[in-house]
Ligand binder design. Structure first.
Ligand code: MLT
Ligand code: ZN
Length: 475
């Protein structure tokens, strides 16, 4: 009864654009991007302002209604999907889509939580700046989700993750108070950093409503290369050689195995392999400069030419135009979608030290394939920062979905044990959500969960903020 009254209060305050409990409106937001979890929800509230978010949180707290914050619903770990019990409301931030300010002097902009990443890129570009974080889901992923998951992407090598690029955060905390932390302070040394608690908290400590994001000078030129490698362990010497040759201007260094390129060229209309031959490993490399007249392309061409001559690199091509550069990036960015269309995979978003990653792949891929006969490892991604998506696909010809449901638990444990044995992390950029929670709990180092639970229960004593994500629900 009280719950119904609370929902009615939300309906009245938010109006038809801001509140729905209609099953067909809710349906697209109840299943995660990978299609692994489908939940239910009492309703979806879509506030359009900070005050409205506050109203929703206060109403939910008063009636102990769990809140599941949601942005573009692109989580790889079902971090924004409500539980199956249907007791929660989805708090969509998608109507909060204003760029509140752009400051060239501060080299920063303030974006509301529902602003989509491409909109941030456009706003930065209009001010002659770059927001240097990008990822495949840039057309749907929102600022609130990027902050709340400490997203990474394809330029972490040079610019860092959201944690490095978020100068300030505005958030509604579970007691209904607002953390007004948008001021772009480059230094603030007053003890515990509340901003960093909220970044990567996956909506379990409060609702991020806006963020101040750091900008950098806009590149005037980029050199984008596609390289075929003779061996995976030639990759890092190549990266360091190119960094030296360009004065540290390599922003992306992404590996793609031949099998991954085959998937993309199969599924993406008009896609063509960039190189004539087949190579076990490919690398997509981008270097950027914001200095007019910088001989960046020459440096890349000379270094890659020398690497081909010495036999370290089998073949390489440098994009001759922006259109070609975009086409190379599209091949890389289409890989998760191509993998999904082929039936998906047991995904492992792992990192070890950069130096250890080639050895990790070289050792662990055959080990997985022999422990799970027929399984096909597809390892791709951000080798330059030590984070690779070490995904395991079902055997050719198998019923992929059934095989994955049956085997993914054991595969996850196998891969995650290997990662931990090398001192790595089982979640480098996707977060924990619900899909990685059991493994996180199984492998967390002593004290880590207790420490996190202490923070959670101090800030969210009722346990209503995105319950079941990151940590198991409170008893
Ligand atoms: C990527 O790097 O493409 C994304 O993190 C997505 C994925 O892991 O599939
Ligand atoms: Zn990634």
């Amino acid at each position: 009864m009280m719950q119904q009254q609370a929902l009615q209060g939300l309906r009245e305050r938010l109006g038809p654009a801001g509140f729905t409990d209609d099953a067909s409106d809710l349906a697209p937001w109840l299943t995660d991007w990978r299609g692994w979890r489908t939940g239910r929800a009492l309703a979806m509230a879509s506030p359009a302002s900070l005050e409205e978010v506050r109203f929703v949180v206060q109403a939910a707290v008063a009636e102990r209604i769990p809140i599941v914050p949601q942005g573009g619903n692109t989580s790889m770990v079902a971090g924004a999907t409500p539980e199956a019990d249907g007791q929660a409301i989805i708090l969509s931030l998608r109507r909060m889509r204003r760029i509140r300010a752009v400051s060239i002097e501060d080299n920063a902009l303030v974006a509301e939580a529902g602003v989509v990443l491409t909109q941030v890129h456009d706003a930065a570009a209009a001010a002659g700046r770059l927001f240097p974080l990008s990822l495949g889901a840039k057309g749907s992923a929102t600022v609130g989700g990027l902050v709340s998951t400490n997203a990474g992407g394809v330029q972490v090598l040079r610019y860092g993750t959201m944690r490095a690029l978020t100068l300030g955060v505005e958030a509604v905390l579970p007691d209904g108070t607002v953390h007004h932390g948008l001021k772009a302070l480059r230094k603030d040394n007053r003890g515990y950093d509340l901003k960093h608690l909220l970044i990567g908290a996956e909506g379990t400590l409060g609702v991020v409503t806006a963020a101040t994001l750091a900008l950098v000078p806009r590149p005037v030129e980029r050199a984008v290369a596609w390289v075929g490698l003779v061996r995976l362990d030639a990759a890092l010497p190549l990266l360091r050689r190119l960094e030296a040759a360009t004065g540290g201007q390599i922003s992306s260094f992404e590996i793609v195995p031949q099998a991954g390129l085959d998937l993309v060229t199969h599924h993406l209309a008009n896609a063509r392999a960039p190189l004539a031959g087949r190579h076990q490993w490919h690398v997509l490399i981008e270097a950027d400069t914001s200095r007019p007249g910088d001989p960046l392309a020459d440096a890349m061409r000379d270094s890659l030419g020398a690497a081909v001559e010495s036999g370290e690199v089998a073949d390489a091509v440098i994009a001759g135009s922006e259109a070609q550069a975009e086409a190379l990036w599209l091949l890389r960015e289409s890989l998760p979608e191509a993998e999904r269309r082929e039936g998906g995979a047991a995904k492992h978003d792992i990192a070890v030290s950069v130096a250890d990653m080639p050895a990790f792949i070289i050792q662990t891929a055959p080990a997985v394939e022999s422990a799970f006969p027929g399984a096909r490892v597809l390892a791709f991604g951000h080798l330059g920062d030590g984070n690779v998506h070490f995904n395991v696909r079902a055997p050719e010809g198998a019923d992929g979905e059934a095989w994955l449901r049956q085997n993914s638990g054991a595969i996850n444990r196998f891969v995650d044990d290997a990662v931990v044995a090398m001192g790595g992390t089982i979640s480098a950029e996707h977060g924990i959500g619900v899909l990685k929670r059991d493994e996180f709990v199984r492998l967390a180092e002593p004290g880590r969960l207790e420490w996190m639970r202490a923070v959670k229960s101090a800030l969210d004593p009722l346990g209503i903020m995105n319950p079941g994500k990151l940590l198991p629900p409170c008893d």
